[in-house]
Design a binder for this molecule. Structure first.
Ligand SMILES: Nc1ncnc2c1ncn2[C@@H]1O[C@H](COP(=O)(O)OP(=O)(O)O)[C@@H](O)[C@H]1O
Ligand SMILES: [Mg+2]
Length: 382
């Protein structure tokens, strides 16, 4: 172990930190309980990164920071913060867009499920190497390039061993997110169940915007309730037993959310009624056009080609509707050649008694001053 000097402890703060040869300090990003994080520019590559510098108060905290670095170095995982470069008392990492505590107000349920699933997968990787994070909170879950990662491994350690309650600073972890067994036993023998608890309380925060309370039934929206109850149970035996179980339960929440979204969607018969109405309008418009164009036979493609491109799709829809309705019939020459179309007897009968409807369809011609609607005619499959 490297002997600790007053310089390492930061007592001699006048000494120039060695990372300053490689990085230019930009604005501060956050100050946690143990460290300062700021934006930096890598002088070698010009890349913008985040740099974490702890304020080490004693030998124990130095060991803690060394453990944070070595844990991150041996844990490459898409849902764990990537360590880019590390020195004795600093490390560089990708710059995050924000944390779950700053971005929470912008999220919908689908995103919440996805984020918690990603965090749970990152934590599962931590647990898989026999470690416990012990400080799972919204501000320690960061968004980096659209992916969500677990960060701040300042309290990470193996579950067994002597008490690792920091001697110099209050109780371990963050109030509200600290599992009950941590309060009872201190840091000693805290297992991965504590991270399941912290992640459950994180869900309470991101679904309610309120700081989570310890104990009592969590007041979360219905879709989350069963999950959160099982993540934050006071008794470890009643909690999920692994992060894999949490991930499986999250996928059930996703399934019931999808079912709820479908149930909220307008019923199918309304949907088809609207379609019928839209078709009816298209038919009326085409009928009005034909009547304006000619009193006799007509060639459908001539009318269509005289129209702006964006209206041709609607013309086709209306024309097909009129044919089905028996309002339009084919006209053939003596040699059985197809000459064009004309309105049928029943169309003329209908026109006599529904002139008003037809006038309605004619009365909204596009004024030349009107700007054309956004052209999506290319999306109409005709
Ligand atoms: N990579 C990063 N990009 C942007 N901001 C960060 C990054 N890492 C940390 N921060 C900000 O700095 C704060 C403190 O960092 P953290 O590692 O949690 O230190 P502490 O151990 O002091 O809590 C975080 O809550 C976050 O707001
Ligand atoms: Mg933190």
């Amino acid at each position: 172990m490297i002997p600790l000097t007053s310089q390492h402890l930061g007592a001699n703060s006048a000494a120039r930190p060695d990372w300053e040869d490689k990085y230019k300090k930009l604005e501060p990003l956050g100050v946690g309980g143990f460290a300062e994080v700021f934006k930096v520019r890598d002088l070698r590559t010009n890349e913008i990164l985040a740099l974490k510098v702890p304020n080490l108060a004693d030998e124990e905290e130095r060991r803690r920071f060394a453990r944070e670095i070595s844990t991150l170095q041996k844990l490459p995982h898409r849902n764990v913060i990537e360590i880019r470069e590390a020195g004795y008392d600093w490390y560089a990492m990708p710059l995050a867009e924000g944390s779950l505590s700053s971005l929470a107000p912008e999220l919908c349920d689908e995103e919440r499920i996805e984020i918690i699933t990603q965090a749970a997968q990152g934590l599962a990787a931590v647990h898989a190497v026999g470690l416990v994070h012990r400080d799972v909170t919204p501000s320690n879950i960061l968004c980096v390039g659209g992916q969500w990662v677990v960060s701040d491994f300042g309290l990470v350690r193996k579950p067994e061993g002597l008490s690792s309650m920091p001697k110099t600073r209050g109780p371990l972890g963050t109030p509200g997110y600290r599992a009950p067994e941590v309060l009872v036993h201190g840091g000693h023998d805290v297992k991965h169940y504590a991270d399941i608890y912290g992640l459950g309380q994180t869900i309470v925060f991101i679904t309610t915007g309120r700081h989570p309370l310890t104990g009592g039934r969590p007041m979360v929206p219905g879709i989350w309730e069963e999950l959160v109850v099982r993540m934050t149970a006071m008794a470890i035996a009643e909690r999920f037993q692994s992060m894999d179980e949490v991930v499986a339960a999250l996928s059930e929440v996703r399934t019931s959310l999808k079912a709820r979204r479908r149930a909220e969607w307008p019923p199918r018969h309304l949907e088809s009624e609207n379609v019928t109405e839209a078709l009816r309008q298209a038919e009326l418009k085409v009928l009005a056009m034909i009547v304006q164009e000619t009193s006799d036979g007509f060639r459908e493609h001539e009318i269509r080609n005289s129209m702006p491109r964006r209206e041709r799709g609607l013309f086709n829809i209306g024309f097909i509707g009129l044919k089905r309705r028996g309002f339009v019939e084919n006209v053939y020459g003596d040699d059985d050649r197809h000459l064009g179309h004309r309105l049928t007897e029943s169309a003329h009968d209908w026109l006599l008694s529904n002139a008003e409807l037809l006038l309605g369809a004619m009365s909204s011609p596009k004024s030349d001053d009107d700007p054309p609607p956004p052209g999506d005619d290319d999306n109409i499959p005709f």
